[in-house]
Design a binder for this molecule. Structure first.
Ligand SMILES: [Zn+2]
Length: 125
């Protein structure tokens, strides 16, 4: 999704026609250059599959920081239509978001050793 896609129609209408046209063309060009990678693997259960998906996406993000890996999605049985998020992505303080697997227990946590922790700890999600 581009920044232009995130703009409301009121914001786009309020722009000068020339600027709006340039932004719309840039957004369309960016969408045309966006690709999705899909991997197939086996795991013992959904939580193990989600943990492996997060590990693979995190590793790819380390190798290629320019690739947006937090958009990783996971589905079972090859049914891509019901794919769910691989990462938790809960909002945290100061713009942080949770890099743990979706549905994890305990604290939410940013990526990295020194990342922030927040939430209900071991008592909740
Ligand atoms: Zn979380």
């Amino acid at each position: 999704m581009t920044d232009v896609d995130r703009m409301s129609s009121a914001e786009l209408v309020g722009l000068d026609e020339g600027i709006r046209e340039v932004l719309m063309r840039a957004a369309a060009l960016e969408r045309q250059r966006q690709y999705t990678l899909r991997l197939d693997f086996t795991a013992g259960d959904p939580s193990k599959a989600r943990a492996l998906a997060v590990t693979l996406a995190t590793a790819l993000g380390m190798l290629r920081p320019d690739v947006e890996t937090y958009s990783a999605r996971l589905s079972a049985g090859g049914r891509w239509t019901d794919a769910g998020p691989a990462f938790c992505l809960a909002d945290g303080p100061y713009g942080a978001f949770c890099a743990y697997p979706h549905g994890h227990h305990g604290w939410h946590a940013e990526d990295g050793v020194d990342g922030q922790r927040w939430g209900d700890g071991d008592e909740g999600v």
